[in-house]
Ligand binder design. Structure first.
Ligand code: FAD
Length: 253
């Protein structure tokens, strides 16, 4: 609790000192009723996993909320935010933007980033739009340690547990299918809480982790999602023997 409060204070201090920036929105997509993807230019130069703090003026008062950058620096000429439309003010406002609108923000910020070294396999766990920070990290991990052909030496296993309610709600599905085809050491484990389907785990990410038959052997794990999911997945990771210092997480609060 104290650690989270200290982290939030540090983040606020860092944000208040940072300069305002502006992006021009080029596209707003709706992969489902309650998610939007906002693309803007120029792209933010950031480390995979980092977020920006989007600024909105409300009755002359600035309000800011953090959003992870879901795009990857080398792959895209724009930056992308992937936002869940919850019954709140800010997410609805972001998703109501149109091409040509300007987005004001500060950043990038955040220390939830991929470690430079991987002496062991890697595990990523996300639910819903928590995939925003995890997606560029998975791309970077496979760029660094991906193995194209089965049997090629030196590769580590990169596992992605991605939890949503139903198959149709899997964000960036084409990416996960493509990476599965392209990399012999990538394992995609979709976890569906409300649908039974061949090739997918039925239930929550944290239970899928606990029921992984081969177990784990001291890997780094990166977890992102809403508070409850993150806390439960951190507990599951501890039970599965992940060393405390190798459990990295970001809570969307
Ligand atoms: C570092 C960081 C990065 C973030 N990145 C993203 C991101 O990439 N995409 C994104 O959608 N959100 C992200 N969030 C959450 C985001 O900042 C807002 O909290 C969220 O958009 C809700 O704001 P609101 O004003 O619309 O609703 P509020 O009135 O503030 O919240 C309504 C309810 O929705 C819950 N909630 C918040 N975020 C989510 C979510 N993503 N999915 C389901 N429930 C949620 C809250 O816990 C609250 O109970 C991030 C948060 C942090 C701290």
């Amino acid at each position: 609790m104290l650690l989270i409060a200290a982290y939030l204070l540090r983040r606020r201090a860092e944000e208040s000192m940072a300069l305002d920036k502006e992006g021009k929105i080029i596209e707003v997509l709706n992969p489902s009723e309650d998610v939007c993807m906002v693309r803007f230019e120029p792209p933010v130069s950031c480390k995979p996993g980092q977020f920006i703090s989007v600024l909105r003026e409300e009755m002359g008062k600035p309000i800011r909320k953090p959003y992870s950058i879901a795009s990857t620096v080398d792959e895209h000429t724009y930056s992308e935010l992937c936002v869940r439309i919850v019954p709140g003010e800010f997410s609805t406002w972001i998703c109501s933007h149109k091409p040509g609108d300007l987005l004001r923000f500060k950043g990038p910020f955040g220390g939830f980033i991929l470690q430079d070294q991987a002496d062991n396999d890697l595990v990523f766990a996300a639910t819903g739009t928590g995939i925003s920070s995890i997606r560029p990290m998975v791309f970077l991990a496979l760029k660094r340690w991906g193995v194209r052909e089965k049997g090629e030496p030196g590769g580590i296993i990169v596992r992605l547990f991605f939890g949503v309610r139903t198959w149709d709600g899997l964000l960036y599905k084409e990416d996960w299918e493509r990476l599965t085809r392209e990399y012999a050491n990538f394992r995609f484990i979709p976890c569906l809480s409300r649908e039974a389907r061949d090739g997918a785990y039925r239930g929550y990410v944290q239970n899928a982790l606990l029921e992984t038959p081969e177990g784990f052997k001291g890997e780094d794990i990166y977890i992102c999602g809403v508070e409850k999911m993150v806390q439960e997945t951190v507990e599951a990771a501890k039970k599965m023997g992940f060393p405390k210092e190798k459990i990295h997480f970001e809570e969307y609060v």
